[in-house]
Design a protein. Sequence first.
Length: 237
Amino acid sequence: MIRSLAHVIAYWLITLVAALVCTLLALWPWRGPLSFAIRIYGAAQVLALRWIAGVKIDVRGRERLPAGPSVIAAKHQSWGDGFVMVAEIPGLAFVAGDHLLKFPLIGWILHRLGAIVLSNNGGEAERERMQAGLLGLKRERRSVLIYPEGHLAAPGEAHRYRKGVFHLYDALQRPCTPVATSLGLGWDRQSFRKRPGRVTVEFLDPIEPGLGKEEFMSRLEAIIETRTNALLAEARA
């Protein structure tokens, strides 16, 4: 519990400093410095998890990432897996939920990063935001992160995979890189408590463009869930 408390303090201190720095960098006309700062923020949070909370994250499969931009479809067990993604992939774009807008300064930073911010309500406004985001991704040729379930999932838990990931994959005509994880065993969703130990985030073999919706969704879910369950079993052994 002491390590968990120390980590929470470090987490918010790092976040506060990053928010202030990124707000200033968001005023810069070029996105590069802001993207670099976000990557440093993610790396700092990964280090805090390791050295303060004792959660050691093994990142596997970097060699499987395509040479060009791709759609990164990741299992989402913890806030921690997002830090790993931005630390590992330079210039990463992402699809984010509008719940993040409740945090001060975050909306402006997300806008400057070119994030696609959506709600669960759907509708014409959501489709317009998605279309604008797709045009930006095509123009800038950046990889984009999406969590197909749209929810944080406890270890061993699975939610219905939403079709938004297929729309990105189909519209961008890029490979989709699945990501499995056991990070939830060390930091389960938004839990205060951290459990020291070794966990894994693993990039898996990309799914090449061209599949239809049903085949793609079925294959993506099977790949991510099967490998995630294997990583959980490995970490618990």
